[in-house]
Design a protein around this ligand. Sequence first.
Ligand SMILES: Cc1cc2nc3c(=O)[nH]c(=O)nc-3n(C[C@H](O)[C@H](O)[C@H](O)COP(=O)(O)OP(=O)(O)OC[C@H]3O[C@@H](n4cnc5c(N)ncnc54)[C@H](O)[C@@H]3O)c2cc1C
Length: 317
Amino acid sequence: MVALKRMLILGGGIIGLEMGTVYSTLGARLDVVEMLDGLMQGADRDLVKIWQKMNTPRFDNIMLKTKTVGAKATPEGIEVTFAAAEEGGTAPAPQLYDLVLQAVGRTPNGKKIAAEKAGVAVTERGFINVDIQMRTNVPHIFAIGDIVGQPMLAHKAVHEAHVAAEVIAGELQGNKELAAAAFNARVIPSVAYTDPEVAWVGLTEDQAKAQGIKVKKGLFPWTASGRAIANGRDEGVTKLLFDDSPEAHCHGKILGGGMVGTHAGDMIGEIALAIEMGADAVDIGKTIHPHPTLGESIGMAAEVAHGSCTDLPPARK
Ligand SMILES: Cc1cc2nc3c(=O)[nH]c(=O)nc-3n(C[C@H](O)[C@H](O)[C@H](O)COP(=O)(O)OP(=O)(O)OC[C@H]3O[C@@H](n4cnc5c(N)ncnc54)[C@H](O)[C@@H]3O)c2cc1C
């Protein structure tokens, strides 16, 4: 087996960074090339910053606003050439790699499976449109998963599949309750299974800013979490965002949340549930979380938003 020395990750999204974590842990040195201006797009920049600080030692080069324009196999390795993604930008010099991981451009295969031959309408990009019961334009044909749209995630596909199966079974059995099944999830969580993990669900702070949505933020640093300290991994934070519009009358429901830290992906489901149930900061803060756990940070972030957290270190003067 050839030892992996230098690896290029093409695409700084979740999948590329997850796979890069694995290869780097096995000994590869990483470069990453990303067309946009930051890694792990979709997550709030403050969370990504913490991940990036911890992961800087894995990377030799993080090439942002850069695209690859060529890759050639040579006896010495794969020679990759780059160009600036934006006009006027500068491109790095060509580099030699032992391995190039292509982690961009997952596309739906609606056209490739010739769904149109069964009368199923396929969009220009290869997606198949469905209604909330996962039914295509052909009433007895259903579609679920990546092919019906973003986000392309396994947990979304499974929930959609349950809906389709229930509707089909309900119609066949004359069971009205089953036949009325629908996909009406408010939110779908995202997780980067990196180290530390980054997880988020619902509205992000960056989206709130961009859309002019007024939110109250509760941020709990894991430096104040006994469990994170005991784990020797207190770099994380838990952030919750609550509706702070005048209509919310200071009792705004949770709109979104994000975490960076070990096991963040295991905990984000609680924030998703809180959004689905329309919880406010008091509901979450007064829910007794066991001590000492990382999950406590969710209750405490809610208390921070509410102004009742007693677990933060004193503010620096
Ligand atoms: C590297 C990687 C990591 C990922 N990690 C995560 C993760 O951590 N969490 C997460 O939620 N999601 C993750 N995803 C996304 C996740 O895999 C997809 O969202 C999920 O598999 C979608 O399910 P699906 O049933 O729509 O499609 P698929 O899982 O792709 O299933 C479609 C199946 O149909 C088969 N097929 C295609 N054409 C035909 C045909 N003509 N006839 C018969 N069979 C056919 C394919 O071979 C395939 O087995 C990851 C994806 C990748 C690529």
